[in-house]
Design a protein. Sequence first.
Length: 309
Amino acid sequence: MQNRSVLATLAVDFGNKKSNPRKYKITKITPHHMAAIMAADDCARSHLYSSREASASYYIGNDGTICAGVAENRRPWTSTSRENDHAAITIEVSNSGKGPDWPVSDAAYKALIALCADICRRYDITPHFNGHPDGSITIHKMFDNTDCPGPYLEKIIRSGKLERDILAKLGQPAPEPDPSTPTIYRVQTGAFNEERYALALVDQLTEAGFDTYMVKVGGQIKVQAGAFRFKKYASELVEKLDKAGFEAWITTKAGVPYKPGTGKRSAEEIAKEVWAGKWGNDPERSQKLRAAGYDPAEIQKAITKLYYS
């Protein structure tokens, strides 16, 4: 994992400030807009020296200049989502005009395409926006109540133009969708009756660098790793999962998003598992408990009651 793209002609050294060591491999790109007309390095410095908890991997100025910010081997603070930013290269793009549309200049957009193509090439990413956080292109408003990346860029991203332009830059023209069959191809890796088994698989996939989400279908909790408009991309993900040792297959069945903790067990049951070492040690244990919908403090009280009273 290198620290910056060769396309960056400027750099603002964040060091270890406003960032964390990256936990996941890089699998996605998240374009943002600055909500201002700014030079690339000015925006980077405004993040570095302000009191805001904000930073990004790259900054693109209105003139198309690219400035490196947080090193690629570190997670920036950009998308209000730790999970997204640990797996994403985040890019702040200057606007060329103000709201409500917040447009970007041709020079800035051209630089964005070139930078995204370079990132995709180096990290073997197939650019794809599917409107879900598991896509390889994500947007800030998926994770927070914000207008970012602004109506202008959002329209380009949602229409598929961004991914088509990136693929063209890579010399890989995108296949045209068949309007008569608006099928979404979902890559599934497991189906379970109990949440704990689904969460265990999610942990394994996350550790291996894959993004996942859970849905409820026919009374079962199903773990999926992607949803695509083109079957070609779904097949490529199945192949990657297979090489990593995970069983995976393609399904077109949609489900209802499943939030961890919906099928929660009692604090006493979880306390016994924690006592037996099944949830690991802190701080990872507390993170896993929260991800599963449990309050670590409540579980600790149950442990105290069971084993120390």
